[in-house]
Design a protein around this ligand. Sequence first.
Ligand SMILES: N[C@@H](CCC(=O)N[C@@H](CS)C(=O)NCC(=O)O)C(=O)O
Length: 234
Amino acid sequence: MIRFYFHPSPNPAKVALFLEESHLPYEVVPVDTSKGEQHAPAFRAINPNGKVPAIVDTDGPGGREARVFDSTAILIYLAEKTGQFLGAPEDRPELLSWLLFIASGLGPFSGQAVHFQHVAPDSLDYAVNRYRREAERHYRVLDDHLAGRAFIAGDAYTIADMSAWGWLTRASRIQKGEAEPLAAYPNLKRLFETVNARPAAARAQAVAKDHPFKRTVDEETRRALFPSNYPEPR
Ligand SMILES: N[C@@H](CCC(=O)N[C@@H](CS)C(=O)NCC(=O)O)C(=O)O
């Protein structure tokens, strides 16, 4: 059994997609990051970084319980555990390269583009330009790579496509003001639509949909999500 520590946001969405694609049995543990539940000591024992997603596999290596945190680590762990969605062995260098490109580039720059366009209290043109344009540059790199290819790594649908999908679900937030946020990236749009049309993607989007996650952004939420804006008094 996998315990899946979840909030409806892009990085957990990738893992939800894998779990739904693979039909691994799992139990959702909601972590309401807007209420600060990611900072609870019991959750920090699972992810010391205090972010979702994380999993606990009660049947980990050697039959022992294992924790895994960070969406890319979880995708690789689950793909290796099940032998699914890893693509062909000869494409492993490509798979790892694109996974890390998404983990260290597309994802973080997309997250900051959302933050500075939708959350930051001041309109900081420099930050908006920097993060949105970097997110767009990553879109362009992927779009160019996908010309004439169905999937990101090799010929098969892999965890790299799942990882990209997690953040592409937020394209309209990143491309604020664009009616068709992926129109300038036709190959990336095609990949997104291909993955998004999979039945598992709809099931992933419905994970914990009845849980009453907090939707308002108030002082509690800002302190929970952006603690570095509230340094401890010395
Ligand atoms: N590198 C991490 C990033 C995880 C992350 O930033 N998760 C967000 C949700 S998408 C989160 O937990 N936010 C709450 C917080 O930062 O306190 C991963 O890929 O899992």
